[in-house]
Design a protein around this ligand. Structure first.
Ligand code: ZN
Length: 99
């Protein structure tokens, strides 16, 4: 009795995962120092990503690919495209007032 295994269509992602796991196991058993260094670097990368705001700090909408940084009342804020547009409009309106 053997499991049916005809998923022979070259799953590159699966293969990559298997190679990565195999490499990790090899590294941990043969080069624990390197494994630790790589592990720490991966964790730092993860934390760095997690610390990045994922939501607009004005309207709370989830941020897409484009993020905009504004200095509002002396604080650095991350805005979505919509709020960025609004800020630009406000700024140009203020500039018009000062003409
Ligand atoms: Zn927004």
């Amino acid at each position: 009795m053997s499991g049916k295994n005809n998923s022979n269509d070259g799953c590159a992602t699966c293969l990559g995962g298997i190679i990565a796991i195999g490499f990790a196991v090899y590294l941990i058993s043969n080069h624990p120092v390197w494994a630790t260094i790589i592990g720490v670097l991966l964790v730092i990368g993860f934390v760095g990503k997690a610390l990045q705001p994922t939501r607009c700090q004005v309207c709370g909408n989830p941020l897409k690919r484009n993020i905009y940084q504004w200095n509002i009342n002396g604080k650095q804020k991350v805005l979505c495209a919509h709020c960025n547009q609004q800020m630009e409009r406000n700024n140009s309106r203020d500039a018009m007032k000062n003409l």
